[in-house]
Design a protein around this ligand. Structure first.
Ligand code: GLN
Length: 315
């Protein structure tokens, strides 16, 4: 086993979980009613190792919408289908140093990276373009299922409708990118935005999300089903950008002090990938000012105090 004494590992994760559950600060996202009304005290963690050992704690059956944690999945789907060069003709790979929804493009008039809204709208445009939206969406859902150990994810239509209703900024980003000729020719802008909002509205729980994270930790092969979901090259690129850009405008500090590729979403979801070891998923809806789960960040800090999971620990 990659983690030989799993019982002791579980106990130490349990201790961190207990400590972090005392942290009460932060605010739930309030830009849509479906997020504003969630129970702020929900808290769950799940771990899945690259050899398929799993455990979870707290509200581990609670389902939540994935929000920005869909971004490393959309990016991986696009990379796997088109390859690195074709994808990066339309999106950069540099941290933006700005908020996740800022109206800004890089020097080449492209979104800075696939982990911010503009970049994720762009990667949505690259997934099966020209096919009916229903088919594009079901192909994405199929990938989520394969990443989740063969268990289907859900879809929250109320979240989708609200996202669409309150999306002036995302519309602005898309029109801004179109004005600068960033999209592939023939892109249907409104359909692309719907596709992006739909991906944000996919629902899962921490157990499934830990399986997804473990698939990334395992080079694209799901540890519980052995399904080869993504190419190893794809996973390498995704993890590189999660490391540098996955935690909004906290990414540099997180890479420095935690040192684990991770992606957060405004629902309070967070997943971490410890390459070759395990995937960890957390859910706690209260966010800090940058949009990261407060308990998620606190858990991450304590995790690397306890285990040598920082990429550059112990060398
Ligand atoms: N649906 C949100 C948006 O596009 C997702 C953002 C997020 O999780 N940061 O604004």
């Amino acid at each position: 086993f990659i983690i030989p004494n799993f019982t002791s590992f579980q106990r130490r994760i349990g201790d961190i979980f207990e400590e972090v559950s005392k942290v009460e600060s932060g605010q739930v996202a309030n830009y849509i009613p479906q997020l504003a009304s969630v129970d702020p005290d929900l808290f769950a963690v799940a771990v899945c190792t690259v050899d398929g050992q799993q455990f979870s704690l707290g509200d581990d059956h609670e389902s939540f919408c994935v929000q920005s944690t869909c971004k490393p999945v959309s990016y991986a789907i696009a990379l796997d289908a088109l390859g690195r060069d074709a994808v990066h003709r339309h999106v950069g790979r540099e941290p933006s140093g700005r908020g996740f929804n800022e109206l800004t493009l890089n020097q080449n008039d492209l979104p800075h990276n696939p982990m911010i809204n503009a970049g994720a709208i762009m990667t949505a445009s690259l997934i099966n373009p020209g096919r009916p939206l229903a088919e594009r969406f079901s192909s994405v859902m199929d990938v989520w299922k394969r990443l989740s150990g063969g268990r289907r994810c859900g879809f929250d239509n109320a979240v989708f409708l609200s996202e669409k209703e309150t999306a002036d900024r995302n519309f602005a980003l898309a029109y801004f990118m179109r004005e600068h000729g960033a999209f592939p020719p023939g892109t249907d802008l409104l359909q692309t935005l719907d596709f992006y909002f739909q991906q944000c509205s996919i629902t899962t729980d921490v157990r499934q999300m830990a399986n997804l994270a473990a698939t990334y930790a395992n080079g694209g092969v799901c540890p519980t089903t052995s399904d080869h979901v993504f190419r190893a090259e794809t996973v390498k690129d995704v993890l590189s950008l999660m490391y540098s850009c996955g935690m909004y405008d906290f990414s540099g500090e997180y890479a420095f002090s935690v040192g684990i590729p991770a992606k957060s979403g405004v629902s309070g979801a967070l997943f971490m990938v410890v390459p070759g070891v395990c995937g960890i998923a957390l859910y706690s809806p209260k966010l800090d000012v940058l949009g990261n789960s407060v308990r998620g960040v606190e858990f991450s800090r304590r995790l690397v105090e306890t285990f040598a999971f920082h990429t550059y620990a112990g060398i």
